[in-house]
Design a protein around this ligand. Structure first.
Ligand code: PMP
Length: 470
């Protein structure tokens, strides 16, 4: 089976090769692959990707934590086709559709956690940019116009548009674009214990230190100049499935409230059930002002993302412009909304978020068991069906030294796993000048115990196979 490289996460400084521009004979499409032309997927069904060479790979990462129902769900297909016959497009400047309204109603029924309105767009990056602008507009409506600054975190990923890229803390994706971007952004350290917790520091001390650093950054900038703090509730692609330590987000919320700074939680990757609750923040005992969502929202059946907005912001808008001064031609696209509505209904009807939690615990146990003797494993972490394995050269040395980035260990493991019939998601993060490789597993919520067993077995074989060379 030919190797398949497909990554949208941090690539550890390999930015020049980020988009593959080839003069070979693969056609006119500008590919994003690192070295080879991506492998052709001829069809996909359930958890399987069927390749044009006749082979099949288990999709153990749901693309990039997208395909929560798996592939080829007939109910979703039917809903899309029905919507196409009904109304395929209207501009939301003057019109709405029952399918868009219903999607918002299904997700925000009963205003969960005070979230009152949804705004649907076509990609995660657009959702993040929308959240940035809405947060700024909130302060504007309050005549608090000096607030221009955003605080984000190192090792974060919020998207590729100029706004979202500016917020992101993964350096390698910004290298060709240094010097442009939204200028008023600064970054603090993330609650990524494996790399940032100091020797001898307890989890509580670590959490307190991070919160102190956050408050110091607010004070350094002048808290009255800050629009919002943005963070992934469970860190996704760049650092690799890092759940926050207990109490971290409660502390963040308190500090934000103290200075009138909004809290935006980016749940594009970790939300929509992926960590075992519909919103990842439910496990943190906090309520954000704006939530971003994407991947699992449409489950990959259509391009759709959204922001969910707290009443506090909506009330302020009502007192002022009475509109969000922002919009896209394809926002709340009826066909995308139909796909997402079908996905969200199935998720609820079939109890798939609960299933995700149960299968996620199983995946964690299986990974720990299968990889317990593997010396290249630095850390195994995750929540729900969202797990990462971080590599080190030799765990037994206790130095946490990662592989030389030029080896591209994570990508090699991805390639080896694919050859063995399992598609996983690679990643690498820039860690204070070091590069750390990890792989990410995020299978559909419909995954079976047998499939989890097979995935773990292949992952072990792929890691051991690659590790032997170093
Ligand atoms: N935020 C997070 C946390 C993400 O994981 C991603 C995508 N990986 C984005 C934003 C950007 O989403 P998109 O690629 O749909 O623009």
């Amino acid at each position: 089976m030919a190797p398949h490289r497909n990554d949208e996460a941090d690539r550890g400084g390999r930015s020049k090769e980020d988009v593959h521009v080839s003069n070979s004979n693969e056609g006119h499409l500008l590919h994003r692959s690192l070295i080879d032309v991506p492998h052709f997927v001829k069809s996909a069904s359930g958890i399987d990707l069927h390749l044009d060479n006749g082979e099949t790979a288990i999709d153990a990462c749901g693309g990039a934590a997208v395909a929560i129902l798996g592939h080829g769900n007939e109910e979703v297909h039917t809903a899309i086709i029905k919507q196409l016959h009904q109304v395929s497009y209207v501009h939301t400047q003057a019109y709405t559709t029952s399918v868009a309204e219903e999607l918002a109603n299904v997700i925000l029924k009963g205003n969960p956690y005070g979230l009152e309105k949804a705004f649907f767009v076509s990609s995660g990056s657009e959702a993040v940019d929308s959240a940035m602008k809405l947060a700024r507009q909130y302060h504007y409506e309050r005549n608090d116009c000096q607030r221009l600054h955003f605080v984000s975190r190192n090792q974060s990923y919020h998207g590729n548009t100029i706004g979202a890229m500016s917020l992101s803390g993964n350096v390698s994706r910004k290298i060709p674009y240094l010097g442009f971007g939204y200028p008023h952004v600064s970054h603090v350290n993330p609650p990524y214990a494996y790399r940032y917790q100091r020797p001898g520091e307890t989890e509580l001390e670590f959490t307190k230190r991070l919160l102190m650093e956050l408050e110091e950054e607010f004070l350094r900038l002048g808290p009255q100049t800050i629009v919002a703090f943005i963070a992934e509730t469970v860190i996704g692609a760049t650092a690799g499935c890092v759940p926050p330590p207990s109490g971290y987000f409660r502390g963040v919320r308190e500090i934000c409230d103290k200075y009138g700074i909004l809290l935006i939680l980016d749940e594009i990757m970790c939300g929509t059930g992926r960590t075992g609750t519909y919103f990842a923040f439910e496990q943190e005992d906090v309520v954000p002002d704006i939530v971003t969502a994407a991947k699992g929202l449409g489950g990959g059946y259509a391009a759709i993302a959204g922001i969910y907005i707290h009443k506090k912001i909506i009330d302020q808008l009502r007192l002022g412009s009475n509109a969000f001064v922002h919009g896209h031609t394809y926002q709340a696209h009826p066909v995308s909304c139909a796909a997402a509505l079908a996905v969200q209904r199935i998720l609820r009807r079939d109890g798939l978020v609960e299933r995700c939690k149960i299968m996620g615990e199983l995946l964690g146990q299986k990974l720990r068991k299968e990889l317990r003797d593997c010396k290249f494993i630095g850390d195994i972490r995750g929540r729900g069906l969202f797990w990462a394995i971080e590599f080190v050269k030799d765990r037994n040395e206790g130095t946490k030294e990662p592989f030389d980035p030029s080896i591209k260990f994570g990508y090699k493991v991805q390639e080896a796993a694919f050859q063995l019939g399992v598609a996983i998601y690679p990643g690498s993060g820039t860690i204070d000048g070091l590069k750390g490789d990890h792989i990410l597993l995020a299978p559909p919520f419909t995954v079976t115990e047998d499939q989890l067993g097979r995935i773990c077995q292949v992952v072990r074989e792929a890691i051991e196979d690659q590790g032997r060379a170093y």
